[in-house]
Design a protein around this ligand. Structure first.
Ligand code: ADP
Length: 496
């Protein structure tokens, strides 16, 4: 018991890392085997909580990518496209079961490499990633019901680029639907978080997945650009920053290659005066401090109805004071490390801009570890829509707070952004929730909850938040081509 505050303190509860074996070096996973990079170049992936090097990882060059694409294309033509659909489903089930068996290992590796708390990797990232494989395993032999005619066709080889904020989950969002739809893949994990994807490569081996169906090439943005530009890639899926997403869209504009983009966001969480306030406070906390705010659909703008502003702010500050920041491997930790030095600098730049433009920042008392990359939970009040912190994605544990008087004003402020990914509505009135939701330009809207994900539910945005949907039937459809032959058959006409 802490005598001064009269509050119970948690003793450390460290997760053991003994079950995890991280190799000193990793090569790419091409054609079912780990192979070193042709150039011999490597980069270090570090633990952002300690700055210790975890492993050296191969940098993918043009030659490596060419090998990976050839492996994926060969596997598509000779094996994967010939396999009965239900056999594809069995592989996906097998992968899901093997991931379950090694779930704890995945959770620890993800926390080490990313900096996120073990409580989240263990209870959110890894189970959700596994559920994507289970869900899509069920789709593999039911593609006739995806709404694209009888026997829709796979594209062939999918080139997939993923970010560092949910490394294994983003891999699952990409690989599970691609394989279920009958494609083979070349995937690149982010340069700061490659380890869970490389552990996934081991799962592919254990599952006896035919060589070449899944290929994982590690590297940075240049490696990603090479994958996207490769002529053997038939479909591109990218999750990452809006800036890179725009560059990719431009580079593919004349090729006709199908492209799905899941980019940034600046989600508004709107709290009306009739909302259950304590429940809303929990939702706001989860909306912005989950995963250190490294979430494209984070509720990074809070809109509070003016007449409850003071009361709500006090409750929010009180709750923020209880957030435990520190070692990601401690099971009590709520807020872990910022993923990289570069990301920390980006957060610092934007928060400095917030203060310089006149917003007021507040942080609860907390002592941050000396080594590693850390940023305390932060709120800004007195924010206006003109401020950079109200318009730009900070991608960190920083909440910008604004007020509104009428629902119409809340809607206008919420929609006044170049993005359109997520929003939250907190109110007791069902009719108001439905009306406001209809007016909001956001791909995903939660009411009286936030950051809830399900593989059956499509996810994606409007405007600069990207194109296309991931998850559910809609997400699956982006890995399929309508079978025009079947759509034009006389029997189809009759049915129509
Ligand atoms: P962030 O700013 O959040 O790191 P990025 O968009 O830079 O997001 O990175 C997301 C993913 O895109 C990473 O895997 C990164 O290596 C990759 N990437 C970065 N630049 C390019 C590019 N020009 N073409 C393809 N992939 C890229």
């Amino acid at each position: 018991m802490n005598k001064e505050s009269n509050e119970f303190q948690y003793s450390p509860a460290l997760e053991s890392t003994s079950i995890v074996k991280i190799a000193e070096r990793y090569g790419h996973f091409i054609n079912g085997k780990f192979t070193s990079s042709r150039s011999g170049k490597t980069f270090a992936t570090i633990n952002p909580a300690t700055e210790e090097i975890l492993a050296k990882v191969a940098v993918g060059s043009k030659v490596d990518i060419d090998l990976a694409v050839k492996a994926a294309s060969g596997a598509y033509k000779k094996v994967w496209s010939k396999l009965p659909a239900k056999e594809r489903g069995k592989y996906l089930y097998r992968i899901a079961r093997l991931m379950q068996e090694r779930a704890r290992e995945f959770a620890i590796i993800e926390s080490l490499d990313n900096g996120k708390p073990i409580r989240e990797t263990r209870d959110v990232d890894i189970p959700l990633a596994i559920s994507h494989f289970f869900y899509h395993a069920g789709w593999a032999d039911k593609l006739d019901y995806a709404g694209l005619g009888i026997a829709p066709r796979a594209h062939g080889v999918a080139g997939q680029i993923i970010p560092w904020n949910f490394p294994l989950l983003m891999l699952a969002w990409k690989i599970a639907p691609a394989l279920a739809a009958g494609n083979t893949v070349v995937l690149k994990p982010a340069e700061t978080t490659p380890l869970s994807a490389l552990l996934f490569a081991e799962i592919c081996q254990e599952a006896d997945l035919p060589p070449g169906v899944v290929n994982i090439v590690t590297g940075d943005g240049k490696t990603g650009a090479e994958i996207i530009a490769h002529r053997g890639i038939d479909k591109v899926a990218f999750t990452g920053s809006t800036e890179v997403g725009k560059a990719i869209a431009l580079s593919l504009a004349t090729t006709g290659k199908p492209l799905s983009l899941e980019l940034g966001g600046k989600g508004a969480n709107i709290v009306f005066d009739d909302a259950p306030l304590d429940q809303a406070v929990e939702g706001i906390i989860n909306g912005i401090f989950f995963n250190q705010g490294h979430v494209c659909c984070a509720g990074s703008r809070l809109l509070i109805q003016e007449n409850i502003y003071n009361e709500f702010l006090e409750k929010l500050k009180n709750r923020m004071g209880k957030i435990r920041v520190g070692n990601p491997l401690d099971k009590n930790t709520d807020l872990g490390a910022i993923n990289s030095k570069a990301q920390l600098q980006k957060i610092q730049t934007l928060t400095r801009a917030g203060a310089a433009e006149g917003a007021i920042s507040w942080q609860p008392e907390s002592s941050l570890p000396k080594k590693g990359f850390w940023y305390p939970p932060t709120i800004f009040t007195d924010v206006t829509m003109a401020h950079r912190i109200a318009r730009e994605e900070i991608f960190g544990p920083v909440l910008s707070i604004l007020t509104f008087r009428t629902a119409q004003e809340a809607i206008e402020k919420a929609n006044n952004t170049p993005f359109g990914l997520s929003a939250g509505i907190w109110s007791e009135k069902g009719s108001r929730i439905l009306w406001v939701a209809k007016e909001l330009k956001a791909g995903v809207i939660w009411s009286n909850t936030f950051n809830k994900f399900d593989p059956a539910s499509p996810f994606g945005g409007y405007k600069e938040s990207g194109w296309g949907r991931e998850g559910g039937r809609h997400g699956l459809a982006s890995y399929l081509l309508r079978n025009e032959a079947s759509a034009k058959s006389p029997s189809r006409k009759l049915v129509r």
